[in-house]
Design a protein around this ligand. Structure first.
Ligand SMILES: NC(=O)c1ccc[n+]([C@@H]2O[C@H](COP(=O)([O-])OP(=O)(O)OC[C@H]3O[C@@H](n4cnc5c(N)ncnc54)[C@H](OP(=O)(O)O)[C@@H]3O)[C@@H](O)[C@H]2O)c1
Length: 401
């Protein structure tokens, strides 16, 4: 019987709230809080209709950039855990509010300063001592990637390998929403990620590439061959530290030619810039304006067909012999929509956040301090993925990379 405060009522927040209500034995009470109260109230009505939950649902308005407002809400609602599924910009104020009030913390994306497209764990790892001293826990990056992909690596390490040498995290979305151009999660965060330089870890160093410079074709299970592009992703930073002896870690994502053509045009005309411009006496950030005119990711659910496939190809050594291993999940957009009125990108992020919160609340995973998910025993998490909608598959004969 626990109380969870969910901050953010967008694509991911909606899945988190629906899934918590499917597990009332852990989540007896939830509060959905976001900048726009009407979105929280609409979501509450939808959940009551669809899930007929035993969980009590409250809603609240909060500006999560404001620590005082957050502290007031936490002191009033008294949650055991704060699940942060707002935007990465809110990570630090929400962590500060947890420190001030003694609530545990979980998120799915690492802190990014609003004015620089650069995400790094250093800002959040700097809270380690403060969280330890306060006796509370923060679990960072508990979505799918980061999140489940880190857990896949920890599981491979625990179960199958003496040494892991190479990790390739490969993320495919073979879904089609029928729009000429839309992003599957927050467009601002998504476009900042894709237009940044590529980066991967090799022999103790970070190698930099031009944006989307390196690509290959990978023959995915079920969805078939797709072009994958190397880009930087935040789990590389923590895995490079936590998977001892790893020589190389790369992250790959599929993009359709259509998506890349639109993106190139938007970049060429300056619409993806985060530098403010003056328009009719008003300061606007082109990327934020673009977000306002693109389809809302939460609206893609009813239109998206097809599947995602996200997993890790891992190579290393067991008992002196080379071993290759591939562990992955396949998720169907339409099935997700039937269950929680959301497409698979939000679903694959929201379900792991709920599982992480559940493991923290039941003290299966609980240590004061600030942690990445691969620092805990992966097995309870792997079991819960199979139960709560994200079953995984494994093979020792992966497709060539
Ligand atoms: N690890 C993974 O696998 C993974 C994958 C996808 C996404 N993510 C992360 O998941 C998070 C949520 O993504 P999403 O697609 O759900 O985004 P979204 O649809 O844009 O929703 C964001 C929500 O946060 C709220 N919000 C924004 N700023 C706020 C503030 N200052 N105070 C209070 N609420 C605020 C928004 O409220 P309003 O609507 O009122 O503005 C909205 O409800 C992001 O951090 C994203 O990076 C992680």
């Amino acid at each position: 019987m626990s109380r969870a405060l969910i901050i953010g009522a967008g694509g991911v927040g909606s899945v988190v709230a629906h899934k918590c209500c499917q597990i009332p034995e852990v989540f007896s009470d939830i509060c959905i809080a976001s900048r726009t109260l009407s979105k929280c109230d609409k979501l509450k009505t939808e959940i009551i209709e669809m899930q007929k939950p035993k969980t009590n649902i409250e809603t609240a308005q909060v500006n999560a950039d404001n620590v005082e407002e957050l502290v007031a809400l936490i002191n009033r609602y008294k949650p055991d855990i704060v699940i942060n599924v707002a935007l990465p910009y809110q990570d630090l104020p929400i962590m500060d509010a947890c420190l001030a009030t003694g609530a545990d913390y979980l998120d799915t994306a690492n802190y990014e300063p609003p004015d620089t497209a650069k995400f790094e764990y250093k800002w959040q790892w700097a809270y380690r001592d403060k969280f330890k001293k306060k006796g509370i826990m923060a679990l960072l990056g508990c979505g799918f990637d980061p999140g489940v992909t880190n857990i896949f690596c920890a599981y491979a390490q625990k179960k199958y390998f003496d040494e892991i040498h190479y990790i390739d995290i490969i993320d495919a979305n073979a879904g089609d929403h029928g729009y000429p151009f839309a992003t599957n999660f927050n467009p601002e965060i998504n476009i900042r990620e894709v237009t940044a330089k590529g980066r991967y870890f090799e022999n103790g160093d970070w190698k930099i590439t031009e944006p989307l410079e390196i690509n290959k074709v990978f023959d995915f299970p079920v969805i078939g061959p797709k072009k994958i592009y190397l880009l930087y992703h935040e789990e590389l930073e923590s895995l490079a530290q936590n998977i001892k002896g790893v020589k190389r870690i790369r992250f790959w994502m599929t993009f359709s030619d259509n998506y890349l053509t639109h993106l190139k045009v938007l970049q060429n005309v300056g619409m993806t810039s985060i530098n403010p411009i003056n328009y009719n006496g008003m300061e606007i950030v082109p990327l934020q304006f673009l977000k306002a005119v693109l389809p809302d990711p939460a609206s893609l659910g009813p239109r998206t067909k097809g599947k995602t496939c996200i997993g890790c190809v891992i190579e290393g050594v067991k008992d002196g012999k080379n071993l290759k291993y591939y562990v992955y999940n396949i998720c169907d957009h339409e099935e997700c929509y039937k269950e929680v009125k959301s497409q698979a990108i939000s679903y694959t992020t929201g379900v792991p956040a709920v599982i992480g919160a559940m493991l923290m609340l039941t003290k299966v995973w609980h240590r004061p301090g600030v942690y990445n998910v691969e620092e805990f025993d992966p097995e309870p998490f792997m079991e819960k993925l199979n139960i709560h909608g994200l079953p995984w598959h494994e093979t020792f004969n992966p497709p060539a990379l």
